[in-house]
Every structure is written in structure tokens, then in C-alpha cells.
Design a protein around this ligand. Structure first.
Ligand SMILES: O=C(O)CCC(=O)C(=O)O
Ligand SMILES: [Fe+2]
Length: 321
């Protein structure tokens, strides 16, 4: 492909489009696929779900009730917006509640090697923005995102309650964990990479969330670390990928796993993913037999501090007793 065909990519990354990614230090072998457990949202069983979360920390959710047409419209609109020329994206989202980013979000370090991803951050639950510089099409997108976010949140709450049941969480500890939860929708576009086993879009990381719901469409790329090996997660159209985050691991006294994962660029189509994150209320103390008491606000601050100081997220280990 010619360079101008990559005009929607940030300029510093345009050159990698037509080249062997191996020459740029990324890459890896084609991995075996993993058969993730599949959970039916209409038939949630605390003990069975708990077992999956102890062993895997990630599963496929089917029959979740979010209409396929809503997911499809949001994916289509996301793809349209993210495919706009880079310069236009920068000006279009300036001053909008929806923000455009590019870089390596897992480590918050832009321009590390050729590992990169770009996307839009969509805060949820606020007022729809007045018609702004972003224009009417962005309001349409935000409306879809709000609707998708509200439905994702209801699904996440139900999953949380099921897991809380399995853990035997009671009283204040249970009631306050999810109510007032922070919510964020983030969409990603992982660039096309001409070689299979191409560069990473997102480095290995665990999510800081309670729960993360990923609508990953029909292009693969996600990989998980399971049993000491990296395994590829194939798409399952119509399903949601659910993974547990660090806060859920802490609340469960390390019974549940916050699974390590990363995303590799596809050698076919670009991957568009829509990720919903549920976080605990910022100032609620998190009590666990494995960690000293902390709040999600403390956790976030420590993650940022480590990224500045050592270049990566240390995460829960900072709070371990
Ligand atoms: O885009 C994906 O498929 C996963 C993204 C992810 O891991 C994250 O945003 O934390
Ligand atoms: Fe993640």
C-alpha cells in the first residue's frame, strides 16, 4: 500500500504500513487458539461462574441481551470515525467529551517501538454534549455509545452480583462494590499489519477494573496468558468477551484472576474493539486478606506513579501484604 492510504494513521506510524513488521522489532509466532469457556447470561450459576473465574479470569458471554443491531451500529460508526484522516480526528474531537488518543495505553507510553493502538475515550453517564465542534455525527455516535454503555453496565452488574454470591460477599462489602461504579467506554482500532505474527497493538497488561466487557467484532488479535503460555482468543461473533480486572482479584482475596492479556495486530482486517470498564467507586475502601486497605483512587495514583518512575504498571503487587 502507498503511504497516503494510511492517512488516518498518526504520521509517525505511517511508514510501517508497507513494511515487514519483524524488521521493526515487533512480532511473534502464530499462536495456538484457546477454547475459552462460554457462559450463557440467561443461565448464570454462581458456583460454575466462580470456577471459571478461578481458573481463567476470562470467558465468552452469550445471550447477553444487547441487541446485535446496537453493537453493529456502534462498530460501524466507530470504524467510520476512526478511519477519518488523522489531522481531522485531532481537530474534530478537540473540546469534545469524547477524546481521541493514540499510543500504547497499557503503559501510557506513546511511541514505544511500533506497538501502537488508537481510539476514542467515551465518558459515560454525562449529559450529551451540545452541538459542538465535533458536529452532529459525533452526537449520534455518543448516543449509541451511551445506550451501549448503559446496557453493558446492566450486564456487568448482574455478573458482579453472581460472583459476589459465589464469594459469599455480604453486607456493606457487597452492596457498595458496584453501586456508584465508575464506567468508561473505550474503542480501539488496531492497525493492519502486513505479516501474520505482526506487531503488538497493546502490550501485555492486566486491567485495573472490576470487570471489562469487550465487543470484539469478527477480527481476532487478543491473546491471553494461561498456564504459562500465550494463547490466541478467536472471535465469536455476537458474544462479549468478559475479563476480570485487578479490583475483582483483590475483592476475591486472589481467588479470581485478573488475566494478563495483549493484542496483536491482524494481518487481514483492522480490529475494532469496544471495551466497557466498570471500576469501583473511587473512595470506597477495598478490604482484602491479601492486600493492605486501599481505594481505587490510591491504586490509580500508584499506577501512574510507577509508569512515570519505572515505565510500566506494577499494579496489585504494590499493595500486597
Ligand atoms: O481491544 C481489545 O480487544 C482489548 C483492549 C484491552 O485489553 C484494554 O483496553 O484494556
Ligand atoms: Fe485490557
Amino acid at each position: 500500500m502507498e503511504e497516503e492510504e494510511y492517512s488516518s494513521y498518526p504520521p509517525v506510524f505511517r511508514h510501517i504500513g508497507g513494511h515487514s513488521s519483524a524488521a521493526h522489532g515487533g512480532g511473534g509466532a502464530i499462536l495456538p487458539s484457546v477454547d475459552l469457556p462460554v457462559v450463557d447470561f440467561q443461565d448464570l450459576r454462581p458456583a460454575a461462574l466462580g470456577e471459571i473465574c478461578r481458573e481463567w479470569g476470562i470467558f465468552r458471554l452469550v445471550n447477553h441481551g444487547i441487541p446485535p443491531s446496537l453493537s453493529r451500529r456502534l462498530h460501524d460508526e466507530a470504524k467510520r470515525l476512526i478511519s477519518l484522516p488523522f489531522e481531522l480526528k485531532q481537530t474534530r474531537f478537540a473540546g469534545d467529551p469524547v477524546t481521541y488518543f493514540f499510543g500504547t495505553p497499557a503503559a501510557s507510553l506513546p511511541l514505544r517501538g511500533v506497538n501502537w493502538v488508537e481510539g476514542l475515550n467515551i465518558p459515560l453517564g454525562g449529559e450529551l454534549p451540545p452541538t459542538s465542534a465535533a458536529g452532529a455525527d459525533s452526537s449520534y455516535f455518543r448516543g449509541l455509545a451511551e445506550e451501549f454503555g448503559a446496557q453493558s453496565s446492566a450486564v456487568a452488574r448482574e455478573l458482579f452480583e453472581t460472583l459476589a454470591e459465589d464469594l459469599g460477599l455480604a453486607g456493606e462489602r457487597r452492596a457498595s462494590s458496584f453501586s456508584g461504579a465508575g464506567k468508561l467506554l473505550r474503542l480501539h482500532r488496531y492497525p493492519f499489519s502486513p505479516l501474520a505474527g505482526g506487531h503488538l497493538g497493546m502490550d501485555a497488561h492486566t486491567d485495573s477494573s472490576l470487570l471489562t466487557l469487550v465487543s470484539d467484532g469478527d477480527v481476532g488479535g487478543l491473546q491471553i496468558l494461561h498456564g504459562g503460555a500465550w494463547l490466541a482468543v478467536d472471535p465469536l461473533p455476537g458474544s462479549l468477551l468478559v475479563n476480570l480486572g485487578d479490583m475483582m482479584q483483590a475483592i476475591s482475596d486472589d481467588q479470581f484472576k485478573s488475566v494478563k492479556h495483549r493484542v496483536q495486530a491482524s494481518n487481514g482486517e483492522e480490529r475494532i474493539s469496544i471495551c466497557f470498564f466498570a471500576f469501583p467507586p473511587e473512595d470506597r475502601p477495598i478490604r482484602s486478606s491479601r492486600y493492605r486497605e486501599f481505594t481505587y483512587r490510591d491504586f490509580k495514583a500508584k499506577v501512574q506513579e510507577d509508569i512515570q518512575a519505572v515505565g510500566f504498571k506494577v499494579g496489585l503487587d504494590r499493595f500486597r501484604i
